[in-house]
Design a protein around this ligand. Sequence first.
Ligand SMILES: Cc1cc2nc3c(=O)[nH]c(=O)nc-3n(C[C@H](O)[C@H](O)[C@H](O)COP(=O)(O)OP(=O)(O)OC[C@H]3O[C@@H](n4cnc5c(N)ncnc54)[C@H](O)[C@@H]3O)c2cc1C
Length: 396
Amino acid sequence: MRKKVVIIGAGASGLLCAIFCAKASCHVEIYEQNSKPAKKILVSGNGRCNITNRDITPNDFFSDNASFVKEALDNFGFDEFEKFASSIGLMLDVKEDGRAYPLSNEAKSVAKLLEEYAKSLGVIFHTDTKITDIKKLLQDYDKVVIATGSEAASHLGGNRDGYEFAKEYGHSIVPTYPSLVQLHLDSSIAHKMSGAKIDGEVTLLINHKNDSTCKGDILFTNYGVSGFAILDISQRASVALMNFEHVAISVNLLPDFTAQKLSAHISKLAQTIPKFSVLDILVGLIPLKIAQSLLDDLKISHDTEAKEVHTKLSKKIANQILNWRFEVTDTHGFRHAEVSGGGVDTSEINPKTMESLKQINLYFCGEVLDVVGRRGGYNFAFAWASGYAAAKDINR
Ligand SMILES: Cc1cc2nc3c(=O)[nH]c(=O)nc-3n(C[C@H](O)[C@H](O)[C@H](O)COP(=O)(O)OP(=O)(O)OC[C@H]3O[C@@H](n4cnc5c(N)ncnc54)[C@H](O)[C@@H]3O)c2cc1C
């Protein structure tokens, strides 16, 4: 008798689990509420899919149960994933910093190959079908895998279904929060800079203390800030906001300058070209829109003549360029988040098999669990590893 396996969710973890179950001759059916599988894979990495990372450690993940990811990643980490990918013709391009992308540079190839390979192994896809009754599935199949993902990005299928299914079997849900997400700022000045982008550095301040610093692009928007540097600090900012802590950011527009070097540069230019306005001095350093807003924030007229820019004023401007503070009021929400932190409490899941410790034959894999990774391919890395762990146990 072939084992009958049903998987809810044809995302990254569900597809990988389906493939390894089918390879071991299980009868596999996969239910997907969307009209197509793998919607998140298709948009991931700006259409390029940062598929995994060569350097993966448990420190790249956040969970209430920090060691949970270790076993799954030890068994199906980068090397095992690369071997599997190449076995289906999905070649990887591993960048110097460890991030891996499909060689085709297209997320489409990842989604297509996983779906086609699963189909070639006989996996039956039921698309446009939303599962609502989990209890019935446990009666009809030998094994049930919940791979429904998180509530991040609802337009791509994100929802809380997996948590509701888990609760039916007595599982606890660690409070969820948006991660890898843009931030809202309490600053009309920041909103005026909408569209302006710099390659800078951002420091997160929680309860007025420096928490973490990330480098990368920072994009001002009509609600606050976006960009890679912001996404990178967003997990900790989101948790702090959820805990009602005071959250602020300090933006450094020119991280390669010291305060002394920058104020000396401003003073020197002001002396050399006294006919310049203070704005003329700044536009050689930072984008115009940002320079205008920075001066507005300091209540300095844009037309102030360079000759009036004395040492004290140079220092004031330099300090603002290197340490411009904004209060953070909120994240941009689950809809815009790439991932969600929190989820099914992993202390109630077997870390080796992903099976529920509350209900035999019920498995959870992927983002539905209380595991969220840093930016850099880590979220897919855990989706693959946890999907594989569940399949391995199902095939026992
Ligand atoms: C814009 C964006 C970019 C991203 N880029 C990257 C990246 O480059 N690298 C990276 O590592 N991670 C990235 N991520 C995160 C990554 O996509 C997720 O971590 C990963 O897809 C999680 O896999 P999963 O299988 O757990 O869930 P998902 O991929 O979300 O799959 C869950 C599936 O379950 C379906 N489903 C839910 N409920 C039901 C139900 N009741 N019945 C039937 N079907 C249901 C959903 O429609 C969905 O298709 C990105 C995410 C987003 C939104």
